[in-house]
Write a protein that binds this ligand. Sequence first.
Ligand code: AMP
Ligand code: MG
Length: 351
Amino acid sequence: MNPRKRPNILLVAALGAGLFFVSSSSGTPEKIIEDSRFFMGTVVQIKVSIDPAKIGEAKAKDAMSKAFDEIKRIEDVYSVYKDTSEISRINRLRKNERLQITDGAFNLIHKTLDYSERTDGAFDITVKPLVDLWGRARKANKPPDEYELKRVLGRVGYKNVVLDEVARTIHFKKEGMSIDLGGAAKGYATDRAVHILEENGIDNALVNSGGDMYCLGKRTAHELWKVGVQHPRDRNKLFLEIKLMDRAIDTSGDYERYFIIDGKRYSHIIDPRTGYPIGDNVVSASVIAADSTTSDILATAMCILGEKGFDIIKSESAGIDAVLVTIDAGRLTVKMSEGIRKRYDISEETL
Ligand code: AMP
Ligand code: MG
């Protein structure tokens, strides 16, 4: 098995399609309703656990439908592939030209800039000119030359994005800048979907946007949602099972989304400080946080920062945890933050 396949986060409990019952030990049958749709280039799955005595099935399905609508809306707003999206309008801005943006976009961009600061610029949505440069390199089957890379690098840097809190505008301090929310948008969509479910009376649910997951409440009265991190060498094996309640988990380092130029494999995650895709050392990073936007951002950042990322995890408020899988001379190693090690009583190991 390819050792660098993505260790997807799998839902290990509640498998099966459609609608089915599970019993809680109190004897009340909880009903789990499940549906999935294709958005943002991935499968988005929602599972809702209801007590039929308290909330009707039709109401639960209606809540799910509204949550899917919200994800579709997010895709329309944040996609760089849609000319009419708010992000595309931002990306057409000239130097110092201001654009008033929606509160949703303002707050999300604000959060990503905050995390650029905290991750020493490892996570940086202004990476888009580099993403485009490497995209062109892939098409030409030739890595970009040093000169061009340096030139493009000059247009990257979160410090050149200005948000005006009062006027609610955004502008770039340099010509030719653009942003890409691909490292945070799926997590954000998950958070928004969870919010909509809650607003519509749902207390227990699991939303999974292609690996960006949030576990709301519990699966049953006496059972938490359980997610597993897949073994990177063996897709049928889990190396970690985690029980979560009101927490998000996300994994980055998707080696199914790499690209090849002239026979060499490159990651889709780019180090904005060097302009190059990240190297081969990090296989994957999984991050648990209070919200899915944060776990999405930090999982991408951890892939760039490697073990140094644990310093950031430690300095964040309590409750953020990470699992990092690295490879060195063919050997896979797992490193975990203290919270996970303690909670699951597992030692770091070589897989
Ligand atoms: P993820 O799958 O969440 O790790 O996000 C990867 C995506 O984020 C890439 O496909 C790019 O669109 C974008 N991206 C790449 N490098 C970075 C970076 N250093 N900071 C922020 N976003 C990035
Ligand atoms: Mg991410």
